[in-house]
Design a protein around this ligand. Structure first.
Ligand SMILES: NC(=O)C1=CN([C@@H]2O[C@H](COP(=O)(O)OP(=O)(O)OC[C@H]3O[C@@H](n4cnc5c(N)ncnc54)[C@H](O)[C@@H]3O)[C@@H](O)[C@H]2O)C=CC1
Ligand SMILES: NCC(=O)COP(=O)(O)O
Length: 336
């Protein structure tokens, strides 16, 4: 950790999910030598959950500037305006305003230079939708917040990163039936540029090796099983190659994720959510990190969701959150 760098800012996530559990667990085991963080949450929620889990964690209200000093002895929490019920496993749309407030204020803190990165805890999209939340997920909401606060166009791109595999879904939280119409050559080129720049800047890879997955079985089998691979994805690959990128594709998605194939690239850009997330969650569920590229600030998150069934039981592993905080700190160092 660097004393002069502002702290990481963790959001509350859905208060009925495992976010409080993994935050408290990570704090318990990293307070002595870990990267200091501040949590934007209802302090009462964290106190109740710590007691339930039997974790001897003192929760102290603090400003971001006090976080590094407080961290070794107590969990620093910047209190939300809203209080939450946060009953483990019983999500309540009435708690949604606090969940949303936490995300929005975390972005305000990084914008003001009071936090070095946003690390989000999991939200349940359907619970927020029921409360009127108009964004598909964090990724899109963070893009909207960034546009407003920073006053410029932002194209948020979802990256799921692990030591085993890194993947980017070109389309994210959309119905599968809409995917072919949403894939455009221009958008894929823009995503490829954003991904290549991020791997250079944040991951220290001078010339990242990009591959694109095909949309159709066998990448369309020369057009016999769908033409999107030829008409949309291949031209994007050609355009990126012409700009000097190390890029291949479209590759048949069924044969590009085995061990030897993964050695040949740094990041796979996939056509849709599950094409990208199934391989990484199979290989690295406990250590995968969700990163939003293309934002004017750093955002990471554990790759898993709210896991309501195990919230408050002590069964939630904090390993993915630990990787998310470590990666956010690494990115902050790379950008310093
Ligand atoms: N970044 C985010 O905010 C994300 C949010 N979600 C949301 O989470 C909700 C639930 O989604 P699911 O598909 O059920 O996925 P999930 O990741 O919450 O759970 C899938 C399985 O993994 C287990 N699991 C998850 N995290 C774990 C942990 N830390 N330790 C041990 N076991 C763990 C769960 O108990 C369950 O068996 C959805 O509403 C979805 O929108 C899902 C993914 C990411
Ligand atoms: N499956 C990934 C996921 O749902 C996370 O999305 P986001 O909330 O980070 O946009």
């Amino acid at each position: 950790m660097t004393a002069s760098r502002p702290p990481l800012c963790l959001t509350q996530g859905d208060p009925s999910g495992v976010g409080p559990d993994i935050t408290l667990t990570l704090y318990s085991r990293s307070r002595d030598d870990g990267e200091p963080f501040l949590v934007l949450a209802d302090p009462g929620l964290l106190r109740r959950r710590a007691e339930r889990l039997g974790l001897p964690v003192e929760v102290v209200e603090a400003e971001p500037e006090q976080a590094a000093e407080v961290f070794p002895s107590a969990l620093p929490v910047l209190a939300l305006k809203a209080r939450v019920a946060g009953e483990p496993g019983q999500p309540d749309p009435a708690d949604a305003p606090a969940t949303i407030e936490s995300i929005a204020r975390a972005v305000e803190l990084v914008h003001a230079g009071r936090a070095c990165a946003v690390v989000t805890n999991p939200i349940a999209k359907s619970v927020l939708y029921r409360a009127g939340f108009a964004h598909p997920g964090h990724t899109e909401y963070l893009g909207e917040l960034a546009r407003k606060l920073y006053g410029r166009a932002v194209r948020p791109v979802m990256l799921l990163w692990s030591r085993e595999l890194a993947v980017v879904p070109a389309t994210i939280h959309v119905p599968l039936a809409q995917v072919p119409a949403l894939l455009t050559t221009e958008d894929l080129v823009e995503i490829g540029e954003i991904v290549a720049e991020a791997f250079r800047r944040d991951f220290g890879i001078a010339r990242p090796r990009l591959v694109f997955a095909g949309l159709n079985p066998h990448a369309g089998e020369d057009g016999a099983i769908g033409r999107e691979d030829i008409e949309i994805i291949a031209p994007a690959v050609a355009r990126l190659a012409a700009r000097g990128h190390d890029v291949r594709g479209p590759l048949p998605a069924d044969t590009m994720f085995h061990a030897a194939a993964r050695e040949t690239y740094d990041v796979a850009i996939c056509a849709y959510h599950d094409q990208a997330l199934i391989p990484i969650k199979t290989l690295a569920f406990d250590s995968g990190v969700n990163v939003t590229l293309g934002l004017p600030f750093i955002r990471t998150s554990p790759d898993h969701g709210t896991a309501f069934a195990i919230a408050g039981t002590g069964a939630a592993r904090d390993t993915s959150l630990a990787e998310a905080t470590a990666l956010a700190a690494r990115m902050a160092r790379a950008r310093a």
